[in-house]
Design a protein around this ligand. Structure first.
Ligand SMILES: [Zn+2]
Length: 220
């Protein structure tokens, strides 16, 4: 199975992807990790990508696509993969789809976790972390058992400082502008699977499985 992951910050797609991957033997491929790996190994692609990343710019499509396709040729991908953070643009999606189709391994679907900006802001502004053991909590849907105290180590929980509302709204705006053309692109190809992610983790998980029921071996 070859899956693309779409959804704004706060949609919970990372958690859902992890559960799907664990149950069905898929590998989660984060494009940030691929880029960092190339940079760390000092490959040609990594050196080129680093010039853009150092300037705070996006890595150009051509370089990003080559790094991702190279990763997808590695033999460790088991029963498939979930791509997180790629493609970000329609040209990237076209390049990826073309290369996968040519290799005889077309995409299975693009999972699209949908959530309103209001819900995303609510979730992201209520994220807490334990400064001692780094465990994450959320006042909206995963609160600690005792207010302000880590369940695991008893540490004093703190709000995540990078999560102020103005910053979050800007990230959401960027996400929408970037992703709406991609949603259309995958929808036109019959690959888009919308999942209403405005519910508790367990409910969203059920919706995801249902949205993919024609692709999954549900007895697995
Ligand atoms: Zn803790």
């Amino acid at each position: 199975m070859r899956i693309i992951l779409l959804g704004p910050p706060g949609a919970g797609k990372g958690t859902q992807a992890r559960r799907l991957a664990d149950r069905y033997g898929l590998v989660i491929i984060g494009t940030g990790d691929i880029f960092r790996d190339h940079v760390a190994r000092g490959t040609d692609l990594g050196r080129k990508a680093k010039e853009y990343m150092d300037r705070g710019e996006y890595v150009p499509d051509e370089i990003a696509v080559r790094m991702v396709l190279e990763r997808l040729e590695q033999p460790d991908l088991g029963d498939g993969y979930i791509l997180d953070g790629f493609p970000r643009t329609v040209p990237q999606a076209k390049a990826l789809e073309g290369a996968l189709a040519a290799a005889g391994h077309p995409l299975s679907c693009a999972l699209n976790f949908r959530i309103s900006d209001e819900m995303a802001v609510k979730r992201l502004t209520s994220r807490l972390t334990c400064p001692d053991c780094k465990r994450a909590y959320n006042l909206s849907f995963k609160p600690p058992r005792v207010e302000g105290v880590c369940d695991v180590c008893g540490g004093r929980l703190a709000l995540r400082s990078d999560d102020d509302e103005a910053t979050i709204r800007r990230r959401l705006e960027v996400y929408r502008a970037e992703t709406e053309p991609l949603e259309l692109y995958f929808w036109e190809r019959g690959l888009l699977r919308d999942i209403d992610a405005e519910a508790a983790e367990e409910v969203v998980y059920g919706r995801m499985i249902e949205a993919m029921s024609d692709l999954l071996d549900l007895d697995a």
